[in-house]
Design a protein around this ligand. Structure first.
Ligand SMILES: [Zn+2]
Length: 716
């Protein structure tokens, strides 16, 4: 059953669940999307697809198989929408199991096309979502058996449309069938209502909520009612985020991003900024060089569909091993022993023969003989399904590292940070912004580089910016994971992890090449997989593989080394995509009882939330994008548990106020009444918009740091 076996193997690897933000109601149109209406993928094609799963059990199976969640799965009436990176074969299998593809968010080739489009253009220039069922106007029954508490009720206006979002908790926490309806009234007397949906996490009831709902104008009152008869107090929704940055001064310079940037482009940009703003910039070479854009060279000896041995070089392909040949030969004489020799870049295995001269070696014997005779040069493993089979005469096959990028240097990579400020001596409060821990999140280095250049360019012309760089010491790592990013640009768009392959045995089969690597943001020391926390995997092929140990990877060690060697850093922002989240610790919990890492104190929680509202307000200044209140909060509450993430180590170990952005907010489509996801590598216009709005958010973070330092100084 080779097909089944491949699916199972792939399910532990390439599947990821990344977003569940759109909940089309019954009969609602599918989201308008440039993708063709009939959703199908070629068997080997990989794409990011919004899928409606059959039931919770199907989601649970995917998660158990190592699914990589970028957004929180949410269910509605047992219907669950998730964004999955999957192949056509995997989609076909999911469909056969009752899932329905709703939207192709991004095809594998889209990223390359959007990159090429952006470069071409640059050269030329030099939800309500919920179609809620008709409002249920049932009146409260005589005896209420639950009590309702409105935990959140916020409204805001974006691009002319007003939205309302509420979160309500019932005391009937164990009743999965309780239905909650929110009724609203606007200042001019319009009324309406919408249903909320139960949200559980790790088996524990949290609250009922709905995506932001469009309302005709400012809502002045909301009331929640439950099917058990509970009625909440009437509440006046608050304006969200109700914080706005100072208006941009005349002549403020921005828009320094005109194309997607590869790691090589990022390197060049860092160099240019250092040259152009010598008085305000240091370039810091981080201490741990990465593996580089390199892989072992590998070949199938034999036919992988029949009987084969996987032969791999111990060194990387670029270290003289690409092109080396491997073959099996028939010695042509009876009673010969199995033998191995390596000469003139050809590995020759002479098969054993019986008395009649027939070859009798098995795949296992051939692999063992190569490993015994050439352990310093080659590793051989029996192809999954080929164990014990007769080894055919095969080859010569050429070993190859399979890497497609021709302009990427094949050597260890030095990750660089920019340090910006008038006083770069540790005497000022420090802010760290770092991005692209996850390779495929192409918009994220655009955010941090736009931010850096705004600070530098305006420091020369805008006194307020100059003053910020007088008071704050800013550190920026645009690309934490350059090797993975190079792989994402050149080989496999959906690459999330780094390029280090810790797999052993049959998991090193090259058909898993797009599933190797360590999830850098699951490799840190606090609340880690190794400590028993949820949201990372021990499977080397999983999308959120935690590595062999805490800080096993150069990429994660670099972030911590920078923070530890600059003890003035008091604030940090870890920039990811996509989904439109703004989060802080705790970022992980243990499954049993959902015990999170310690909650921040009341004072610190207030600092996190008050600062977040300021920063959300600054993000909205660019093009009206409002990060939802339901997606602003502790990671473990608003997203999911992410064991071993960097923000948790920065906060709990180093005392840094550490946040995470997920840039790329869902866009409201008034034509369909749906919130639509934007994906990892959207058309460049969208990525550009994200870079502009979130760079503004980072500038506000610098103001937060300045104000914090001033308050500390005033307090003595
Ligand atoms: Zn990410």
């Amino acid at each position: 059953m080779i097909v089944r076996r491949r699916w199972t193997a792939a399910a532990t690897t390439a599947i990821l669940i990344s977003a569940v933000l759109s909940h089309p109601g019954p009969g609602a149109a599918a989201p308008a999307d440039p993708a063709p209406p009939s959703i199908s993928l070629a068997a080997g094609e990989t794409a990011l697809v919004r899928v409606q799963l059959r039931d919770q059990a199907q989601l649970d199976r995917l998660v158990a198989a190592g699914a990589d969640l970028a957004n929180r799965p949410r269910s509605r009436d047992n219907r669950i929408l998730v964004d999955l990176v999957l192949t056509g074969a995997q989609l076909a299998e999911l469909t056969a199991q009752g899932a329905t593809a709703v939207q192709v968010v991004q095809r594998a080739g889209d990223g390359s096309r959007h990159y090429a489009d952006s470069v071409r253009a640059a050269q030329a220039r030099t939800t309500a979502g919920l179609r809620a069922p008709a409002a249920d106007q049932r009146t409260a029954t005589a005896t209420a058996v639950d009590t309702l508490l409105v935990q959140q009720a916020y409204w805001w206006t974006t691009n002319g449309q007003t939205f309302l979002q509420t979160q309500v908790a019932t005391t009937a926490t164990d009743d999965p069938d309780v239905e909650i309806t929110v009724s609203w009234r606007t200042a001019d007397g319009a009324t309406g209502s919408f249903p909320l949906y139960r949200f559980e996490d790790s088996g524990e009831y949290q609250y009922h909520y709905a995506l932001p709902q469009p309302v005709p104008s400012r809502p002045v009152q909301v009331t929640a009612t439950s099917s058990l008869g509970g009625v909440s107090r009437a509440v006046t929704p608050a304006l969200w985020p109700n914080a706005a940055p100072p208006p941009l001064p005349a002549g403020y310079q921005k828009d320094f991003i005109d194309a997607y940037l590869t790691p090589i482009d990022v390197q060049a940009r860092i160099k240019r900024l250092a040259r152009q703003y010598r008085d305000l910039v240091d370039v810091i070479d981080l201490p741990n060089r990465t593996q580089g854009y390199r892989r072992n060279a590998v070949a199938y000896l034999g036919d992988p569909a029949a009987a084969a041995v996987v032969v791999e070089s111990v060194r990387f392909g670029d270290q003289g091993m690409n092109g080396v040949q491997v073959r099996t030969v028939d010695p042509g004489r009876p009673n010969r022993a199995l033998s191995v020799r390596y000469r003139d870049r050809v590995l020759t295995v002479s098969l054993a023969t019986d008395g009649a001269g027939k070859t009798v070696s098995t795949t296992d014997e051939v692999a063992a003989a190569i490993n015994a005779a050439q352990a310093n040069r080659f590793r051989a493993t029996v192809e999954d399904g080929s164990a014990g089979l007769p080894m055919p005469v095969a080859g010569p096959a050429r070993l190859d590292d399979g890497l497609q990028g021709t302009e990427v240097p094949a050597r260890p990579w030095t990750v660089q940070a920019l340090r910006l400020g008038v006083h770069r001596d540790g005497s000022r409060v420090g802010v760290l912004a770092y991005s692209q821990e996850h390779a495929r999140e192409w918009a994220t280095p655009l955010v941090t580089l736009e931010f850096a250049e705004r600070m530098l360019a305006n420091a020369r012309t805008d006194p307020a910016t100059r003053e910020l760089l007088e008071q704050v010491d800013v550190f920026v790592i645009p690309t934490v994971n350059p090797d993975g990013a190079n792989y994402s640009f050149n080989d496999f768009n959906m690459q999330r992890k780094n390029l280090v392959n810790h797999c052993t045995g049959s998991a090193r089969d090259p058909r898993f090449r797009n599933s190797w690597g360590v999830d850098v943001n699951r490799n840190y020391t606090v609340g880690s997989l190794f400590d028993g926390y949820v949201g990372a995997s021990a499977n080397c092929l999983s999308g959120n593989y935690a590595g062999t140990a805490e800080l096993s990877e150069a990429e994660s060690r670099n972030v911590i080394a920078l923070a530890k060697s600059h003890t003035n850093i008091k604030f940090a922002m870890n920039v990811h995509s996509y989904g439109g989240y703004f989060m802080w610790p705790p970022g992980a919990y243990k499954a049993d009882g959902r015990v999170t890492l310690p909650r921040p104190s009341i004072d610190e929680s207030k600092l996190f939330l008050d600062s977040a509202r300021r920063i959300v307000g600054a993000i909205a200044q660019e093009r009206g994008t409002v990060t939802w209140p339901s997606q602003t909060g502790p990671v473990a509450d608003v997203l999911y548990s992410a064991a071993g993430n960097s923000a948790d180590q920065l906060y709990y170990e180093l005392g840094i106020f550490a946040w995470d952005f997920e840039v790329g907010n869902d866009r409201w489509n008034p034509a369909t009444g749906e919130w639509e996801g934007v994906g990892f590598q959207p058309p460049f216009d969208e990525a550009h918009g994200e870079s502009q709005e979130y760079a503004g958010g980072l500038v506000e973070l610098v103001r937060v740091a300045r104000d914090y330092a001033a308050a500390e100084a005033a307090a003595g």
